[in-house]
Ligand binder design. Structure first.
Ligand SMILES: CC(C)(COP(=O)(O)OP(=O)(O)OC[C@H]1O[C@@H](n2cnc3c(N)ncnc32)[C@H](O)[C@@H]1OP(=O)(O)O)[C@@H](O)C(=O)NCCC(=O)NCCS
Length: 141
């Protein structure tokens, strides 16, 4: 199946479709994710012309405050990280490397946004997410 992964934003003609997908499969798409000193928010979408197959949302936050610590700084400059807040592939399309492609694109995007690291959180029962991260050579957390 031919699909592409692109960044979508509010100006995109398919934005309402993306928001609907987040409403149905993630916990919605609020502009600001509660509890974070959010500097940016980006949405990657795996899609064909007719359907959304999966999504990933990355926010940019400073390193430190999330753990109630002062911001990490280098030469006075705050050090930023990317954090993956939503990551979902529609069940019918799983095990076709779509999740991996979304993660690879997120790594590129985080680098382009000046992030020093990319982190994500998943619950211990999320076996497929842990398996994917290990398969990509990242620590499962
Ligand atoms: C996690 C998720 C996004 C993975 O998407 P995906 O497109 O199926 O992932 P990929 O096809 O890229 O998987 C890559 C590798 O990860 C591992 N993997 C993925 N799903 C797996 C599963 N159910 N069991 C074992 N290994 C799995 C495999 O090594 C797989 O490679 P392989 O198919 O060649 O064996 C998807 O399962 C999902 O949406 N799950 C529910 C939501 C979720 O848990 N989100 C993350 C936490 S917020």
């Amino acid at each position: 199946m031919k699909y592409e992964i692109c960044e979508f934003n509010e100006g995109d003609p398919r934005w309402a479709e993306v928001v609907g997908f987040f409403d149905r499969h993630c916990s919605g798409l609020p502009e600001f994710v509660d509890g974070y000193d959010q500097r940016d928010s980006r949405v990657l979408v795996a899609n064909t012309r007719g359907a959304i197959l999966g999504v990933l949302r990355l926010i940019v936050i400073p390193i430190g405050p999330e753990d109630d610590l002062p911001s990490v700084r280098i030469d006075g400059e705050e050090v930023l990280q990317g954090k993956i807040k939503d990551f979902f592939v529609f069940p019918e399309f799983r095990r076709r490397r779509i999740g991996t492609s979304l993660q690879e694109k997120a790594i590129e995007l985080a680098k382009s946004l000046g992030c020093r690291q990319l982190v994500s959180f998943s619950y211990s029962h999320s076996r497929e997410n842990h398996a994917l991260k290990l398969q990509m050579g990242r620590g499962a957390a």
